[in-house]
Design a protein around this ligand. Structure first.
Ligand SMILES: NC(=O)c1ccc[n+]([C@@H]2O[C@H](COP(=O)([O-])OP(=O)(O)OC[C@H]3O[C@@H](n4cnc5c(N)ncnc54)[C@H](OP(=O)(O)O)[C@@H]3O)[C@@H](O)[C@H]2O)c1
Length: 434
């Protein structure tokens, strides 16, 4: 039985998870493929101090990725380094050397996926990127093949497990964000610099890829409105509960008659919805199609082994294509804006909003705020105020009927100037469409 030979660059979480699966599951994989997948070369900066599965030996080990992409036996290079620096060079060199590529790199694919795919096609190799979004959920295959015959009208996802863990812990235990962030860092869910997760960058890269595949449109990170979870506090969960809602970092792509509205932002979602049940570090994607209606995908969004499964499965798919002499022919990315799904600014969104205030208590506050809302033609829906001991930092909430994001922003800007405001009001959409 001939083998297809693999080189792995990057032996961190995903690289080691992938090696474990390729070692432990080698016989099953060979049975399914009809031939063996053999790892022949591995690379990381500290490769010589790593403990690698004995079953994979003998292995060529190097700290220089160039020795993997030019290795005469390697047919597929798995780029598991991450980021847009070295990873980009690895992929570029692999394509130049006519090696097929499997990558888990959302950041790079979101920044220049269409160009990389074009080069892969011109070079006659295969390329796969399933692990780049929602690690353990095979969402690329779903959008690219499973439901590609439908016409997607909306896609909503919980795409960042770290944020979801933090928000659900705040919800369950009524503890502040700083405390759950420290715990998430101890558990290894959050990086020492948590910005990529909690400010929304990681989720935005993932939404670029999912929206591009779902809507067949060219999407770039700058098309997506992004707001992180730093301002969410336990009091928001208490008010949300009164409204029979909860709060999640929602990645949304929604078709409107004017175009596509794309956002990554904390939002209130009804507790009765399936997305509200997504707890802890899990990910989920909910897709609404014109014909097939609702489908829902759920699983681990990260982790060495769930993501390793996605990489191993991509390696199997690419190995099959290599064996059948079938290089990549069609890019999953659109190259032009097609018109119908052109991204439009989030300010055109219409939604009900939750606006949370922190004020120095004094008479007439509600009247002033109601006056500003009326000026902007925004209808007030409800005022909620939990009992509070302090008068100098009083939190309360106003919900408003569906209105444009533009009007809410103008109102919030004006309200921020009022002398009794302790803090700029926090406005979040209430997603009723879910
Ligand atoms: N972690 C997850 O659960 C997850 C889920 C889905 C997708 N992803 C994606 O998977 C990719 C890898 O993530 P990860 O979490 O496995 O990252 P990681 O733990 O930081 O591992 C990165 C690996 O790359 C190696 N590396 C860095 N620079 C290198 C260089 N110049 N030459 C050779 N090797 C180099 C590192 O070497 P050393 O070991 O020597 O430092 C390390 O082994 C990223 O694109 C990430 O977005 C990760």
């Amino acid at each position: 039985m001939d083998e297809v030979k693999v080189g792995i660059v990057g032996l961190g979480n995903v690289g080691t998870g992938t090696l474990t699966i390729l070692a432990e599951n080698a016989d099953q994989i060979a049975l399914k493929l009809g031939f063996r997948l053999k790892v022949v070369a591995v690379c990381s900066r500290s490769v010589h101090s790593k403990e690698l599965p004995a079953a994979l030996e003998p292995l060529f080990k190097t700290t220089d990725w160039r020795e993997v992409v030019t290795h005469p036996e390697v047919q597929i290079v798995a780029e598991l380094v991450g980021g847009t620096g070295v990873a980009s060079e690895v992929i570029e060199a692999a394509i130049t050397n006519r090696k097929s590529v499997v990558t888990a790199n959302k950041e790079l694919m979101a920044a220049c996926g269409p160009e990389i795919w074009d080069r892969a096609i011109r070079s006659g190799i295969n390329l796969a990127m399933e692990a780049s979004v929602c690690g353990g959920i095979p969402i690329h295959a779903v959008l690219r093949e499973g439901i590609s015959g439908d016409r997607v009208v909306a896609l909503y996802g919980i795409l960042n497990g770290t944020c979801n863990y933090m928000l659900t812990e705040m919800e369950k235990r009524d503890v502040p964000l700083a405390a759950v962030l420290a715990e998430a860092q101890l558990l290894g869910y959050a990086e020492a610099d948590p910005s990529a997760d909690i400010d929304g960058f990681d989720a935005r890269s993932k939404l670029v890829l999912l929206a591009a595949l779902a809507f067949g449109e060219k999407i770039t990170p700058s098309d997506i409105f992004m707001e992180g979870i730093r301002r969410i506090s336990p009091i928001d969960f208490r008010y949300a509960r009164q409204l029979k809602h909860t709060i999640r970092l929602i990645c949304g792509a929604r078709k409107t008659p004017q175009g596509l509205i794309l956002s990554v932002r904390p939002a209130l979602i009804p507790t009765s919805t399936i997305l509200a049940g997504v707890q802890g570090a899990y990910n989920a994607v909910w897709v609404k199609g014109k014909y097939g209606e609702d489908t829902f995908y759920y699983g681990w969004g990260a982790g060495a082994l769930p993501t390793g499964v996605a990489v191993a499965s991509d390696l199997m798919r690419v190995a099959r294509e290599i064996r059948s002499g079938s290089p990549e022919r069609v890019s999953p990315f659109a190259h032009e804006r097609l018109g119908e799904n052109v991204p439009i600014p989030v300010t055109k969104q219409k939604s009900a909003y939750y606006i949370r205030f922190r004020v120095e208590d004094r008479p007439g506050i509600i009247a002033r705020l109601a006056g500003i809302l009326a000026e902007k033609k925004i209808s007030l829906e409800a005022v909620l105020q939990e009992p509070c001991d302090t008068k100098d930092d009083l939190p309360f909430v106003i919900t408003v009927e569906p209105t444009s994001e533009q009007s809410v922003r103008e109102a919030v800007d004006e309200m921020s100037q009022l002398d009794f405001m302790r803090d700029a009001p926090l406005a979040m959409p209430m997603e009723t469409a879910l």
